[in-house]
Design a protein around this ligand. Structure first.
Ligand code: GLN
Length: 453
């Protein structure tokens, strides 16, 4: 049914970069065989899933939305992908994304834009706009994402779906093409909180192949989603992430959601996180710094695109590298490599990267203080509903500003969820509510999310 649906609608939504119909049917058959043999399988066994094209997959291309990796078929599966296969989730294909996960609209994909199923003239969010769009257009019931600064939560918000960034270290990064290693975290996308919890359970768990993987039991996310209990829970509203700068309709749905939580027995407190004012500045120094280092491996020698400089006979390795990186990377990727190498250069290291790391610590301290008086924190996920194509592509700062509410959790390594809060009055488009929790208390996100559903 999902393959038929893809045939019917993906010509207009354009969320898949690769569809693996035959392989998915074969995996579904294997699930039936395993069941027939009496094997007890996860509740999601047989439920198909779409995988963000940042995760390596055997037998399918992994492009990361970049010309640099066009046609590359990785020789190994990401740990997350292996978990999906072990649990018996047939993989429908790979979803579109901003190149190397840099962006908030999927307009930076080298393979064209993905359209928001709610309004085909608008973006589906990013970088994981392909995953949010397949879920919202019923081309897959589940999808995977990665969230370095909001790329699971913001696409979920603008497509009326649910997305979770787990605690940093909760889900293995092995086999994810790295953007910023200290911020990257893979997580689940779905249409309901319980579906999201079930997928979270499949994806998570300790992995010796990832040095930052947490060796502790996976938080009880499914039980929390099933209980849907917020009685006595202290909900903290982050003063710096409400009101001014947020679209009125987004703010109104947020206020109503908070009232629902009160009606369900929660207590509301206001918290202040003054250092969040500097979160964007810190993030957009730390992320490019790490990205410039991670992307250095695309040197045209080991794998990926290799082109010779035009008109040069017997070019040097350096000339081939320069020509390949020029042809293989898009503008946003180049912009961040330049920013990152500049911020890390010896004369500026203390002023930029060093200062950003200090701000990162202050943000973590703000969270720690806020969690003394609240069990979870809430805010709108994104300042606006889905914007139109081209609205922000000429103004990188405008695009970056949309990440204001999502990036603090990445800087502090904390788990966060976005779930639909309703449709904004101005435009009738979905608005998102964000829930944040302390490290390894991912289950609290699901208690709140399920109570609101
Ligand atoms: N919009 C953010 C950025 O462009 C988020 C990226 C992400 O989470 N992968 O960096």
């Amino acid at each position: 049914a999902h393959l038929d649906r893809i045939d019917a609608v993906d010509e207009s939504v354009r969320a898949y970069l690769h569809v693996a119909g035959a392989a998915a049917m074969e995996q579904a058959q294997q699930v039936d065989d395993r069941r027939a043999k009496g094997e007890t399988l996860h509740r999601l066994a047989g439920v198909p899933i779409a995988v963000k094209d940042v995760m390596t997959t055997i037998g399918m291309p992994t492009t990361c939305g970049s010309r640099m990796l066009e046609g590359w078929e990785p020789p190994y599966d990401a740990t997350v992908v292996r978990h999906l296969k072990d649990a018996g989730l047939p993989i429908l294909g790979k979803t579109n994304m901003d190149e190397f996960a840099m962006g908030s609209s999927t307009e930076h994909s080298a393979y064209g834009v993905t359209r928001n199923p709610w309004d085909l003239e608008r973006v589906p969010g990013g970088s994981g706009g392909g995953s949010s769009a397949v879920v919202a257009s019923f081309q897959a019931p589940l999808a995977t994402g990665t969230d370095t600064g909001g790329s699971i939560r913001q696409p979920a918000a603008v497509t009326g779906s649910v997305g979770v960034k787990p605690t940093y270290g909760g889900v293995s990064r092995y086999g994810l093409v790295a953007l910023a290693s200290s911020l990257d975290q893979a997580g689940p996308c779905a249409r309901t909180v319980l579906d999201t919890a079930l997928l979270h359970e499949v994806m998570a768990g300790h992995d010796p192949m990832d040095s930052t993987s947490i060796d502790a039991p996976v938080p009880a996310v499914v039980a929390a989603a099933e209980r849907a209990d917020v009685s006595g829970m202290r909900i903290g509203i982050i003063r710096e992430l409400t009101g001014e700068g947020f679209q009125p309709g987004v703010q109104a749905r947020f206020d109503e959601a908070v009232q629902h939580l009160v009606d369900a027995g929660a207590e509301v407190v206001e918290v202040s996180c003054p250092s969040f004012t500097y979160a964007l500045a810190a993030y957009y120094l730390i992320l490019p710094s790490e990205a410039s280092s991670n992307l250095a491996k695309f040197d045209a020698m080991r794998y990926g695109l290799r082109v010779g400089p035009k008109g040069v006979q017997a070019p040097s390795a350096e000339q081939v590298m320069a020509a390949s990186r020029d042809a293989g990377f898009g503008d946003e990727v180049k912009r961040r490599i330049i920013l990152g190498t500049y911020a890390l250069s010896s004369g500026y290291y203390d002023a930029y990267y060093g200062s950003a790391q200090k701000v990162r610590r202050l943000i973590a301290d703000d969270f720690a203080k806020a969690f003394e008086s609240a069990d979870v924190l809430v805010s709108p996920t994104a300042p606006t509903t889905a914007f139109r194509f081209g609205e922000k592509t000429d103004d990188p700062m405008a695009m970056y500003r949309g990440d204001i509410a999502t990036i603090p959790a990445n800087l502090a390594g904390l788990p966060g969820m976005s779930l639909p809060s309703g449709l904004a009055d101005e435009d009738g488009l979905p608005a998102g509510l964000q829930v944040l929790a302390p490290a390894m208390a991912d289950d609290r996100l699901y208690s709140v999310g399920a109570a609101l559903e």
